[in-house]
Ligand binder design. Structure first.
Ligand code: HT7
Ligand code: ZN
Length: 875
């Protein structure tokens, strides 16, 4: 695969005016006829040929203005169709016929079959697997689609836009026609056909138009789509109220399929979802599942404006739609649930997924400038860091100017394929600010480190901060310029109040946000009555690492008094981290782990504080993960020592807080039947945290076994099963619970995925054998991405001790899995391989074994997807 560069962008020579597609569906030989009307672009070379993209295609017919084309005027290969001697300026019509095999499509890109349902996935470059086409996001056209299929097997024939009509043909066949008036790029095309059940509802838009809402699921699963429908209606309302965005077709459809490479896809008017993000009821879905469904339904719906109405000029601009749409779905969830708890969850996720990406061999800018395989750039950097960059624009401009900039963006670029520069220019125009330096966030990879030292002058009542920022080198980028970092901060006085400085010198400050723009700042605050504690990066105002050596007493002060709840949680985390690191270091040296548990007081005080919402208290009780600790240790890591150390800290907290956990477990009981709302979920989270600590202190499976027996919802059931199996993998109670869970949910693959995932993440040496055994289980299916992610994915991403065995067997296992999966589904294989991105942080023995496994993949791999990841990982 060759490397594509942003700098090489050129518009097409031909403008596509209209697309008219006809599909004659057949499992193994679907006939696709594409009628495309083009004209040569003004100013384009009059002799330039038309070059269309293909992927594994076989041309079976080509007409120009309804006439057979002479063989010498075109060249067709599986991946391109070149047509020569085309009219200089007048429009012409090409009719292209291809025959494709949806049944054999195991990559799940293009048109494929999932459990008997025809469906499509065209982003990023899947449309070229359906027909020859200018398959790039800056080619926009209205589409008419006619679908012809056997009526008994496929009563449902869906595509984008509004329904035009349909009817019956002979031999039991029928057809349906759809028209999408909104010009769109090919990646937003969708077709679905088959036999599905439906849940229907309506939404009246702010201008009074009625929109039909339909969610299609397998027959019998309709009741499990109710929550998704509710989330959809709330999303539609929220986008009107907060962003002023109204829906623009007569119908909005969602189809749930069971084989899908990612979470969902925002095809115009016809979203296709991984059924994991649609189906939920209390018996089978956890609180986390409900929250994910709400967020992803919203995300895909919000794409209708940020992605579809305004799309991307090229795939380098992916963050233009993804970062912005993640920001929008984060804001939606924050408004629907608890804003601080949502923020904590976002930051935990960013730190555990994006920070390692940004610090390793796969680091890339939010807006990359080159790629070899675009599918490998649907990353947490593009999505989550991209969202943080959008959030910083909102922080810098303030709410009103941010809104003005967004309105301008919708007004200026509606119907266009835009760039990051277009987007930033709207905020510059709306605010009059220069965002030139800020734009480095799109172009410089790596997480900035901000180091702070403080000096308080009691006589002068002045606080001086020395603030230094550095941006680490990343692949292809060795020296970086200083960034514009909006650092929200508070000076917390001994009595818990926040100081209001008389003056600030050395950096611009707006409200509580300090604007760092230079490599070094000396910032002086005057009128500070006593030495304050420093609450830095409140609400996580910038995606950075802050280094400030704060006294534990000051952290405890912040944990008690900050008005920003995120910062209270951060202070608790910062109190716990030294203990976790010390414990890991001691375990590594084989020394006894000495613990000073005074840090636990702050954590337990928050956990017991009835004035705080339970979900927040549960977050305070959830210690940094083993991966978080590894990152803080910064290299030469031994996952076993980190695990042992963390266990010791958990045990110390469990013992110190025994009374607190006992009373939380008894009082955080449900007040009625199950409800998925955030407040109820928070109580369950707190009670389940107490269950974990009580079990650790008591060191018997009894309490968890009892919780398992009594659970009346999946959240409690799955947590009880997790505690049992992770803490007592060989106990009879665990075997009984695993067997009963399996028997009860044998018919529900999404619940069996939880069963796989819980077992795949049991820590320790036995994990690999367990995973290999589960691969032979009757419920496992290597062709289904959800199964693979639940078993193999959970093991390699979320079982640090099991995967990183000192003998390297985990890495060898992964290399074999990658090579086998790659032959069927390269995207899935490439994503699994990113689990190796932090291999250089391992101690030398493991690192060498990891490298050996990677070299084997590099030697034997076939796909461009995996080759791209393995080459970059080894570099
Ligand atoms: N925009 C969607 C991306 C997506 C995707 C990309 C590559 C391969 C398969 C895919 N399925 C969905 C999802 C989203 O961000 O909304
Ligand atoms: Zn998206």
């Amino acid at each position: 695969g060759r490397i594509i560069h942003l700098a090489d962008y050129r518009p097409t020579d031909f403008v596509l005016e209209r697309v008219d597609l006809t599909f004659e569906l057949d499992p193994e030989a679907t006939k696709v006829e594409a009628r495309l009307i083009f004209h040569r672009r003004d100013g384009a070379d009059p002799s330039a040929p038309l070059v269309l993209d293909g992927d594994e295609l076989d041309l079976s017919g080509l007409l120009l203005d309804q006439m057979e084309m002479a063989r010498e005027r075109y060249t067709a290969t599986p991946d391109t169709l070149v047509v020569r001697d085309l009219p200089e300026s007048s429009p012409f019509e090409l009719t292209i016929t291809t025959i494709i095999n949806p049944q054999a499509n195991s990559q799940l890109m293009g048109l494929y079959r999932s459990s008997g349902i025809y469906c499509t996935q065209c982003e990023a470059e899947g449309f070229r697997r359906i027909t020859y086409f200018p398959d790039r996001p800056d080619v926009l056209a209205p589409y008419t689609v006619t679908i012809i299929a056997d009526k008994a097997a496929n009563p449902l024939l869906l595509s984008n836009g509004n329904y035009l009509g349909g009817g019956n043909f002979d031999e039991g066949r029928h057809f349906a026609a759809w028209f999408d008036p909104h010009p769109k790029p090919s990646y937003l095309f969708a077709l679905v056909a088959g036999d599905l059940g439906v849940v229907e509802d309506k939404f009246t838009t702010m201008s009074g138009r009625e929109v039909a809402l339909k969610i299609y699921v397998e027959h019998g699963k309709e009741p499990r789509a109710a929550y998704a429908m509710d989330a959809l209606k709330r999303s539609m309302k929220w986008d009107e109220e907060v962003f002023g965005r109204e829906y623009d077709l007569d119908i909005f459809m969602i189809v749930a399929v069971s084989d899908f490479n990612m979470g969902a896809m925002e095809n115009k008017g016809l979203n296709v979802f991984n059924d994991k993000y649609v189906l939920a009821d209390p018996e089978t879905a956890t609180d986390a599942d409900y929250a994910n469904i709400e967020a992803i339904i919203a995300h895909e719906y919000f794409h209708n404006w940020t992605g579809n109405r305004i799309t991307c000029r090229d795939w380098f601009q992916l963050c233009l739609k993804e970062g912005l749409t993640v920001f929008r779905d984060h804001e939606f969830s924050a408004d629907q649930r608890s804003r601080p708890v949502k923020r904590i969850a976002e930051v935990r996720h960013l730190r555990s997924e994006q920070f390692p990406e940004d610090a390793g061999p796969l680091a890339h800018p939010v807006r990359p400038d080159k790629y070899r395989e675009i599918n490998n750039f649907y990353t947490t950097t593009v999505y989550e860091k991209g969202s943080e960059v959008t959030r910083m624009i909102a922080t810098i401009l303030g709410r009103d100017l941010f809104k003005k900039g967004m309105d301008l963006y919708f007004e200026r670029h509606d119907g266009e394929a835009a760039t990051v520069e277009d987007f930033v220019r709207c905020f510059e125009a709306a605010s009059g600010r220069d965002l030139g330096q800020f734009s480095l966030w799109y172009n410089q990879a790596g997480t900035p480190h901000v180091t702070v030292t403080a000096d308080y002058d009691a006589a002068g009542k002045a606080l001086t901060l020395e603030i230094e920022q550095t941006v680490p080198a990343t692949p292809g980028q060795s020296d970086k310029k200083p960034m514009h970092i909006p650092l929200n901060l508070a000076l917390v006085l001994e009595d818990g109040t926040i100081a209001v400085p008389a003056s600030v010198e050395g950096a611009e400050m707006t409200g509580s946000v300090l604007h760092l723009k230079d490599a070094r700042h000396t910032v002086t605050f005057t009128g500070i009555p006593s030495r304050p504690a420093l609450s830095l990066n409140r609400s996580f105002s910038a995606p950075i690492v802050v280094r400030y050596d704060q006294k534990p007493a000051d952290l405890a002060l912040i944990a008690r008094h900050e008005t920003d709840l995120f910062s209270r949680w951060q202070a608790i985390t910062d109190l716990a981290l030294p203990a976790l690191k010390d414990a890991a270091r001691a375990a590594r040296k084989g020394e006894a782990i000495q613990l000073d548990v005074t840090f636990a007081d702050a954590l337990l005080a928050v956990a017991a504080d009835p004035a705080l919402e339970p979900a927040f208290r549960a977050q305070a009780l959830t210690l940094p993960s083993e991966a978080d600790i590894a990152r803080e240790l910064g290299g030469d890591n031994d996952p076993d020592a980190i695990h042992t150390g963390r266990e010791a800290v958990l045990t110390a907290i469990a013992r110190t807080g025994a009374d607190t956990f006992g009373s939380l477990y008894d009082t955080m009981t449900p007040d009625g039947g199950y409800s998925p709302d955030a407040a109820s979920a928070g109580r369950r989270a707190l009670r389940n945290a107490a269950l974990l600590y009580r079990t650790i202190a008591e060191d018997t499976p009894a309490l968890a076994a009892d919780a398992f027996a009594r659970a009346d919802n999946m959240t409690d059931l799955a947590q009880a099963l997790t505690v049992l199996s992770h803490r007592f993998p060989e106990a009879p109670e665990t075997h009984a619970a695993l067997a009963s869970f399996e028997a009860r949910f044998a018919e529900n693959a999404l619940v069996i995925d939880k069963w796989f995932q819980i077992q795949a993440t049991i820590p320790g040496e036995g994990a690999l054998a367990r995973v290999m055994r589960l691969k032979q289980d009757r419920h496992f299916n290597e062709n289904n991405p959800n199964r693979v992610r639940s078993l193999v994915g959970a093991f390699v991403f979320s079982n640090p001790t099991g995967f990183n065995r000192a003998d390297g067997a985990g890495y060898r296992f992964l290399s074999e899995e990658i090579l086998r999966i790659d032959a069927k589904n390269p995207q899935l294989a490439a994503r699994l391989l990113t689990s190796m991105r932090s291999w250089r942080q391992l101690e030398a023995g493991r690192a060498e074994l990891a490298r050996t496994a990677l070299v084997r993949v590099e030697r034997e791999v076939l796909s461009n997807d995996v080759r791209d990841i393995v080459d970059r990982t080894l570099k």
